[in-house]
Design a protein around this ligand. Structure first.
Ligand SMILES: Cc1ncc(C[n+]2csc(CCOP(=O)(O)OP(=O)(O)O)c2C)c(N)n1
Length: 573
């Protein structure tokens, strides 16, 4: 939370609402935003023209591209992503990204132009009630019809987007409000009556949680994105190391703890690892940290960790007891709750218990992983592609994935040694997320290698953003794992619908020619012997590169907790 209410040095400028908007963004330290112009937002674009040196606007090829890019930017940097769009279709094109950011707790400020206030409700050209449409998928939204209300609306928007559990907000500004001059003054928002972003720490709950942890024989930690959002990676690591508790991650928690950490026992949920899924139903204390017991993680709730006492650390009280009954809720910012808890827990190791995870790892390795990572014959496998990427990036890269089999494979097998390295659409599972999100991540963290791993289906959902990559010259490395299928749906058709492949086979274009049309270097391969050197070439290349890897058409992702089954009924084949 900001400590003081300081007006900026630019107090009392007599400027238009549009310029006030730009100056408000600058006062919030925004340096980059993503968007697409149109009639109802033109005054803002006109004002932007004078601020090109201070505020970089990234013109995407579609508003969905803009919002996913802003999400990628926010996830890679920990800052608020900012999006600009016009009214009507511009605004509605943001909705998928807003819903995605809402469910994945990504801080975004979306600014939409609106028809003039005198036309509101008249079905004017490109009028749509975006405030009502976005209501259920925003953390907060509002419409501004007066220029003088713009700074306060923006200040509130930034405060709400990034405080507490982050999320997307939307500010809709009528065109007349953008035009009108007024005396501009900006004050950052530091509190809002009736909005309590983070519950304060309760020492009694901390004590109870510590006692239970100290007594536990088979405790297990489940960590989610809350650790990353709370910038609590270091506090988390200290807690894990002091308690010696095996720790498993959700899809969005991935990279909060290095993959190779001795207490990292892998991924939870539907395509997660064998050990943590099975042992969820054998542990005596389950410590959930910054995660929300999504159904993809829990499987059938009737058979989920019934034997365990549950401790849940979360910033959002609404998450506690939502899906899983919690014995000891520990509310608050996990940076604080974790360090308080670490002080009260005893230094321990759970060697025998950890060995149970490792024994199950061995089974999974022999039955699934070895053949995924080191197949000797047959078509290329998704896992071996990821394995080769690991060899070259040494856990340093940001991995951005789309949705489907490639996403599960990439998240299962990529190695990470630093946080904010795994960017994927978790809760909403939005195909088309990856390419623009990778662009946003690269623009936000240009010093880092950014690798987009995409399916041939999802790639074509936002393929137009190759144009933005071309124009911005962002050196995004794109790996299409091409199986000529909507692979994950095909897998379900194979396993649960008698192999009736209804509308899942794709006849694809020449992706390399398309890349080349956008000035992006491209290469295609299907031969195992070409894999390693092609990935090396891609990474060494000084610019954006698209690598199409033709993989087995009907490979499946295992292990798998079938829909409706218990996590302990996870299948290896
Ligand atoms: C916007 C959207 N539409 C539909 C789906 C349902 N869906 C989930 S995975 C998938 C297939 C993805 O295919 P592809 O991108 O080729 O990746 P693969 O599974 O083959 O790796 C589909 C259609 C979705 N997640 N998002």
């Amino acid at each position: 939370m900001e400590a003081t209410l300081k007006p900026t040095t630019e107090t009392k400028l007599h400027i238009s609402g549009a310029e006030a908007l730009i100056r408000s963004l600058l006062a919030e330290q925004v340096k980059m935003l993503f968007g697409y112009p149109g009639g109802a937002i033109m005054p803002v674009y006109d004002a932007l023209y004078d601020f090109e040196d201070e505020l970089q606007h990234v013109l995407t090829r579609h508003e969905q591209g803009a919002i996913h890019a802003a999400q990628g930017f926010a996830r890679a940097t920990g800052e608020v992503g900012v999006v600009l769009a016009t009214s009507g279709p511009g605004a509605t094109n943001l909705i998928t990204g807003i819903a995605d950011a809402m469910i994945d707790s990504t801080p975004l400020v979306c600014i939409t132009g609106q028809v003039g206030s005198g036309l509101l409700g008249s079905d004017a050209f490109q009028e749509t009630d975006i405030v009502s449409i976005s209501m259920p998928v925003t953390k907060w939204n509002c419409q501004v019809t007066k220029a003088e209300d713009i700074p306060a609306a923006l200040a509130k928007a930034f405060y709400i987007a990034k405080s507490g559990r982050p999320g997307p907000v939307l500010v809709d500004i009528t065109k007349d409000a953008q035009f009108k001059p007024f005396d501009f003054e900006y004050r950052k928002c530091v509190e809002i009556r009736s909005y309590k972003p983070a519950p304060s720490l309760d020492p009694i709950q901390i004590k109870k949680a510590a006692e239970l942890i100290n007594e536990a024989q088979k405790p297990m930690i489940l960590f989610g994105q809350g650790v990353i959002l709370g910038k609590a990676e270091e506090e988390f690591k200290q807690f894990v190391e002091k308690t010696g508790i095996p720790s498993a991650w959700t899809l969005l928690g991935l990279s909060a703890l290095p993959t190779d950490h001795p207490l990292n026992v892998g991924m939870l949920g539907m395509h997660g690892n064998y050990g943590p899924n099975k042992l969820t139903n054998e542990c005596d204390v389950l410590i959930a940290i910054g995660m929300r017991f999504d159904d993809r993680v829990t499987g059938n709730l009737e058979h989920y960790a019934k034997q365990a006492k549950v401790i849940h650390l979360d910033i959002d009280p609404a998450e506690v007891n939502k899906n899983v009954r919690v014995d000891i809720p520990v509310l608050g910012d996990c940076k604080k709750t974790l360090s308080a808890l670490t002080q009260q827990v005893r230094l321990k190791s759970h060697r025998t218990w950890l060995e149970e995870f490792r024994a199950l790892d061995k089974i999974e390795y022999d039955k699934v992983i070895e053949n995924e990572l080191k197949p000797e014959e047959g078509a290329l496998k998704m896992g071996e592609v990821i394995n080769e990427i690991n060899e070259l990036t040494k856990g340093e890269a940001i991995l951005v994935t789309d949705v489907g089999q490639h996403q599960m494979m990439a998240c299962r097998y990529t190695k990470f040694n630093q946080s904010r390295s795994n960017i994927t659409s978790g809760g909403l599972g939005t195909m088309g997320f990856c390419l623009p999100a990778a662009l946003g991540a690269k623009l936000g963290a240009p010093e880092r290698e950014v690798i987009a791993v995409i399916g041939d289906g999802g790639f074509q959902m936002t393929i137009q953003e190759l144009g933005t990559i071309f124009q911005t010259e962002a050196a995004v490395k794109i790996v299409i794992l091409n199986n000529n299928f909507l692979g994950m749906v095909r897998q379900w058709q194979q396993l649960f619908f008698d192999k009736r492949y209804s509308s899942t086979e794709l006849v694809n274009p020449d992706f390399i020619k398309i890349a080349e049309g956008y000035g992006i270097k491209g290469k295609s391969l299907s031969d195992r012997d070409d894999l390693s050197k092609s990935i090396e070439e891609m990474i060494a290349y000084d610019g954006s590169f698209l690598l199409e890897v033709k993989v087995g058409k009907e490979d499946n992702v295992f292990p798998m907790v079938p829909s409706g089954a218990s996590v302990s009924d996870i299948r290896l084949s």
